[in-house]
Ligand binder design. Structure first.
Ligand code: PLP
Length: 394
């Protein structure tokens, strides 16, 4: 008789055979514009280190000082004995950043999304989710007892129809601010309008927008001229804002208070380590004091997109530093990313089922930490490999 262990081993063997087994490359250096892997220096084009804070001296120093002042960790959940003044300062900072009444910290945005829906909704309620929302939203919704609706990606008509046909007590609409395979922005102004008309609460997960979009890095809401108009924002501290870990929900005081009292990841999981909170506070300071970083990120992105288009690549339109380079076939996307490692560029290939069939791609992510020279070198390498495989003319 096969055991569960035998079965799992055979499933893993199948993944290897299909070429879809996810191998992990080991970095020998800090996360940065360039990294060391296996003795080779690579231009990093696949991290979420949008502002270059993951290895910034001030973020590192803040973390070190916090260890000396506050110790290694809290050894408690927040409400028992795991809250220190750094947690409160960071929550205030996040609330101010989004012009919200309050904010609550979690140890990841995954946790924040897992906490939110089950924390505020119950059986008579309903939640409406874009079909391309992040896995953490999908799983978070699965944990709550409200009725679930999934609307066609970006279709406000489909959403409006569902809202009209639904008679639930309270309704929540949730969308990613930035859809991470495309770097595509949600249609927030129209969503805000629709939610107001239909009396639904709008939740935006702006993990890829926070620190990245808008003149001051306040995210997709600022970029689209609706800063402060979304009811509830969730996001991560693990991408632009320090790159360590951490997530949050920012919104009305009653939502934050309810989550503090009721949400299970807050009540039953350890508090964020003080050093992580200190690093994130330093990242917020840097963003305030050096707003040029956001401008540099945008300029780097424009340069990179234009240089790839000049070479004949199919690059989706957009302003976000996620730059999808469409190559079509999944095996080809993976092959290109492997060959690019040999050429000194670290960029990921994604194919079906993560993206639609025939739209496999290299997904590049730009950072403010990149120099134009590094980006130029990366484009040359991508063009060499692309030409070798007929993606662009030789
Ligand atoms: C839209 C979105 N939400 C949530 C997450 C999870 O964030 P964290 O790494 O903080 O759990 C991610 C990260 O990939 C994301 O892209």
């Amino acid at each position: 008789m096969t055991t569960l262990i035998d079965y799992l081993a055979s499933e893993m063997a199948k993944l290897r055979q299909a070429g879809t087994y996810k191998e992990e490359l080991v970095l020998d250096s800090p996360q940065d514009a360039k990294v060391q892997v296996g003795g080779r220096e690579l231009v990093m084009l696949t991290s979420n280190n949008y502002l270059g804070f993951a290895n910034h001296p001030r973020v590192r120093e803040a973390q070190k000082r916090a260890i000396d002042r506050w110790g290694a960790g809290m050894a408690s959940v927040r409400f028992i004995c795991g809250t220190d003044s750094l947690h409160l300062a960071l929550e205030r900072r996040i609330a101010e950043f989004f012009d919200a009444e309050g904010a609550i910290l979690y140890t990841s945005c995954w946790n924040a999304n897992e906490a939110l829906f089950a924390g505020i909704l119950d059986e008579p309620d309903a939640v409406f989710s874009d079909e391309l929302n992040h896995a953490s939203i999908i799983d978070g919704i699965r944990l709550c007892r409200a009725k679930r609706y999934r609307y066609a990606h970006g279709s406000l008509d489909a959403l409006a129809e569902m809202l009209d046909a639904d008679a639930s007590r309270y309704r929540v609409v949730v969308t990613d601010g930035v859809f991470s395979m495309e770097g595509e922005l949600a249609r927030l102004p129209a969503l805000i309008e629709l939610c107001r008309q239909k009396h639904a609460l709008l939740v935006v997960d702006d993990s890829h927008g926070t620190g990245v979009l808008g003149e001051r890095g306040r995210g997709t809401m600022e970029e689209l001229g609706v800063h402060g108009q979304v009811d509830v924002v969730t996001g991560t501290l693990g991408k632009a804002l320090g790159g360590a870990v951490g997530g949050f929900v920012a919104g009305p005081g009653a939502v934050v208070e309810t989550l503090r009292q009721r949400s299970r990841p807050y009540l039953f999981s350890n508090a964020m380590p003080p050093m992580v909170a200190a690093g994130s506070l330093a990242a917020f300071d840097l963003l305030d004091q050096e707003p040029d970083r956001v401008r540099r990120l945008r300029e780097n992105t424009e340069f990179f997109r234009a240089a790839l288009r000049d070479r004949g690549f199919d690059v989706r339109e957009g302003v976000h530093p996620i730059v999808p380079i469409i190559v079509g076939d999944t095996a080809l996307a993976i092959r290109l990313s492997q060959e690019l490692l040999e050429e000194g560029v670290y960029v990921s290939g994604f194919g079906f089922p993560v993206v639609p069939k025939g739209e496999a791609r290299l997904r590049a992510q730009i950072s403010a930490a990149h120099t134009l020279e590094e980006l130029g070198t990366a484009v040359e390498a991508i063009a060499r490999v692309g030409a070798r495989h007929g993606v662009i003319p030789a």
